[in-house]
Design a binder for this molecule. Structure first.
Ligand code: EPU
Length: 445
């Protein structure tokens, strides 16, 4: 829960940020969504991009920055570490952020703020590369699984860093600088790939990361690093090569559109029987989720401004899928798609392979009448004709979106608690839904 001292601190670093009015969302079900829904810059791209700006004393400008709570929290964290931030634009026309890390202080990482988001772990590689030392409290993030950082640490050690964890702080040092290394990841971890790329850019020599994650957010990071003067090869592939040792310049980079927000709102359009233009959305970023949505009866049609999403004439049909590293089905879409399948015709088997505890939305969906049973890593969803409104609680960012989606298609007024989770990951989702005809209000819990 965000307290008043936090509010003041967040506002100081992100003037566009407003403390959320009320901690619960009331969603009236049964209204068709129609109209334009602008897809924001991607949450999971912007956070690494903001941290990449720490690699240079020159100005880095990011365009299409989403106005989300995670961005505000990271902004606060960076300001405390001596980074200058300059915002322009506004929430409606789009935010731009210019970062200036000419006075970065590696000893000033606020433990409380670091503990509020997983992406802060990327400060380890970037700050170590830039300053030769990094002292980072253990990162937080959603409670969706163990979320180890052993691959990150092993990779940094291979690049010559001394890394110790003491008193809840990760101390990493490389007084004579990092050196390039050949690193094979045991699993294509998104965070470890990003952390090691950030460390490799200023290391001496060449780093090769094999079995690297291929998520589009990593390609976005690499494009920005290349614009800053880094020499990188293999963008979009599972073998990434970085020739380090060059000092970086500034750059201007536009954050990619959020593929998870796009997939989620496509499901919302289908669930409500509406038709929504997902402005700026790109079908090519959806990976396997694109064909799963098609099989389930969600039509995505290319339009001039993005994609048009609607339910197919045949209606929604139960469909099996399993999450996997990109281009597999994104784990971040698992909960929203499951919420949609809860009222599809027939059964679906949903298997989660990335995180061990990412079925916490199931109990909440059951409260709304969904027929879902969990068997290890697979959830069996039997479609019911409709869900019924209930009081439900979001336990992570994607569970929050899934419950909003379920509520939009349900009968009656659903009350959703745990709204911080929705605010963390989505830029104005409630307002954008209202603009498409939804009846959604925030109120005190
Ligand atoms: N893992 C380890 N050791 C490591 C690193 C990862 O065991 O050192 C394991 C994790 O425990 C997990 C699996 O590997 O079981 C995958 O983790 P990964 O590192 O790929 O995920 P992440 O970097 O922690 C990012 C996104 C997640 C998204 C995943 C997978 C950010 C800030 N987070 O997490 O986004 O689900 O990649 O695509 O980019 C979300 O947005 O809701 C979210 C959780």
């Amino acid at each position: 829960m965000v307290n008043q001292a936090h509010d003041t601190m967040l506002l100081a670093a992100s003037p566009w940020w407003r403390p959320a009015p009320g901690a619960a969302l009331v969603v009236r079900g049964g209204r068709r969504l129609t109209g334009n829904y602008p897809i924001s810059g991607a949450k999971n791209a912007v956070l690494p991009l903001m941290i990449a700006a720490l690699l240079t004393p020159h100005l880095v400008t990011l365009r299409n920055v989403p106005a989300s709570l995670d961005v505000a929290v990271l902004s606060s964290l960076l300001v405390r570490a001596g980074v200058g931030l300059n915002w322009s634009g506004d929430r409606h026309s789009g935010l731009s952020l210019t970062l200036c890390a000419d006075h970065l202080d590696p000893t000033r990482m606020d433990g409380d703020l670091v503990g509020r988001m997983r992406a802060s772990v990327l400060l380890l590689g970037a700050v170590l590369g830039r300053c030769g030392e990094s002292h980072l409290p253990m990162p937080g993030g959603d409670a969706i699984g163990l979320r180890g950082i052993d691959f990150h640490i092993a990779g940094l050690r291979a690049m010559g860093a001394d890394v110790e964890i003491a008193g809840g702080i990760i101390h990493a040092q490389a007084p004579r600088g990092l050196r390039g290394a050949e690193i094979t990841l045991p699993f294509p971890s998104v965070g470890a790939t990003e952390n090691l790329l950030l460390a490799a850019v200023l290391a001496s020599g060449t780093t090769v990361i094999t079995n690297a994650a291929r998520e589009p957010e990593i390609a976005d990071l690499l494009c920005c690093l290349a614009a800053m003067g880094a020499r990188v090869r293999g963008i979009g592939s599972s073998e990434l090569t970085v020739e380090g040792g060059r000092s970086l310049t500034g750059a201007v980079h536009t954050v990619m559109p959020d593929r998870i927000e796009a997939g989620t709102i496509a499901c919302a359009a289908a669930v409500t029987g509406g038709e929504v233009v997902l402005q700026h959305a790109r079908a090519d970023l959806l990976g396997a989720a694109g064909s799963t949505l098609a099989a389930a009866g969600v039509e995505l049609e290319a339009a001039e401004t993005g994609l048009i999403a609607r339910r197919s004439r045949a209606g929604l049909t139960g469909t099996d899928f399993r999450t996997g590293p990109y281009p597999g089905f994104a784990t971040d879409l698992q909960a929203p798609v499951m919420a949609m399948l809860a009222t599809a015709d027939g059964a679906s088997a949903v298997t989660e392979t990335i995180f061990e505890q990412r079925f916490r939305h199931v109990d909440e969906l059951r409260k709304m009448g969904a027929a879902i049973s969990v068997h290890g890593r697979t959830a069996l969803v039997r479609g019911v004709p409709r869900l019924m409104a209930s009081r439900v609680t979001a336990t992570d960012v994607r569970a929050a979106a899934a419950l909003v989606l379920a509520a939009l298609g349900a009968e009656g007024d659903t009350v959703l608690d745990g709204l911080d989770h929705l605010d963390r990951g989505y830029d104005g989702m409630a307002d954008k839904l209202v603009a498409c005809g939804a009846l959604v209000n925030r109120r005190d819990a």
